[in-house]
Ligand binder design. Sequence first.
Ligand code: GAL
Length: 138
Amino acid sequence: ASNNSMVPYKSIFCGVVHPGKIFIIQGFLNPGGNRFHVDLQNAADVALHFNPRYNSGGYIVHNSRLNGVWGNEENKAPTPFPRGHLFTLQILITLSSYKVIHSRHRMPLTHVDKICMAGMVRPSLIAFQYLEVRKIYT
Ligand code: GAL
């Protein structure tokens, strides 16, 4: 397969999407690939098309597609996902928007064992969730 060949399409049903739901998506980016995308869909309609591209210096296209018609692209630069590496993406569903969370790891994950809140704040809650992993692609 060439560097730009698309992976076989992977999709799973994710159940009803409530505010507060967080999707975590991981994949290994082809070292010479020109794009990839993660879509939230209903049948052929695409509610969120999250599409990092690697031409023109790299940028991320956000879009939607209703009844076969793409909407207006929102382009955001730069893309934070280096090719040839594993990427992790989180999509948080809120009442008003999809929040796509990506922050590059700057130290090994296994190093992290503490969460800290400080400054001019009265802490009220610190919580964490475990994931229900639906499928691991090997
Ligand atoms: C098109 C492309 C689609 C999708 C869309 C987003 O040009 O063929 O795969 O990325 O842009 O606007």
